[in-house]
Design a protein around this ligand. Structure first.
Ligand SMILES: [Zn+2]
Length: 76
């Protein structure tokens, strides 16, 4: 019983929705935010200022990265 509680801290949470949440493939950080493309509305600008999202600009080429890592600056 005591061993179980001790191990609980070491469990790496493999969250089922981890993909949508976004884990950085470069550094494994979970401090990632979605990149928003298109003309940012005031709401999006505010979210970007708070670091909730990353603004990708107005130009969409089709193969643009969808996620941004706040820890290592990686986009994918
Ligand atoms: Zn990273």
């Amino acid at each position: 019983m005591t061993d179980e509680t001790e191990n609980a801290d070491n469990v790496i949470h493999d969250v089922p929705f981890g993909e949508s949440k976004g884990k950085c493939p470069e550094c494994g950080s979970m401090h990632t935010v979605p990149i928003l493309y298109g003309y940012p509305m005031e709401e999006a600008m505010d979210a970007a200022r708070r670091g909730k999202i990353q603004l990708g600009g107005c130009v969409i080429r089709g193969d643009d990265p969808r996620k941004y890592c706040k820890d290592c600056d990686h986009r994918w």
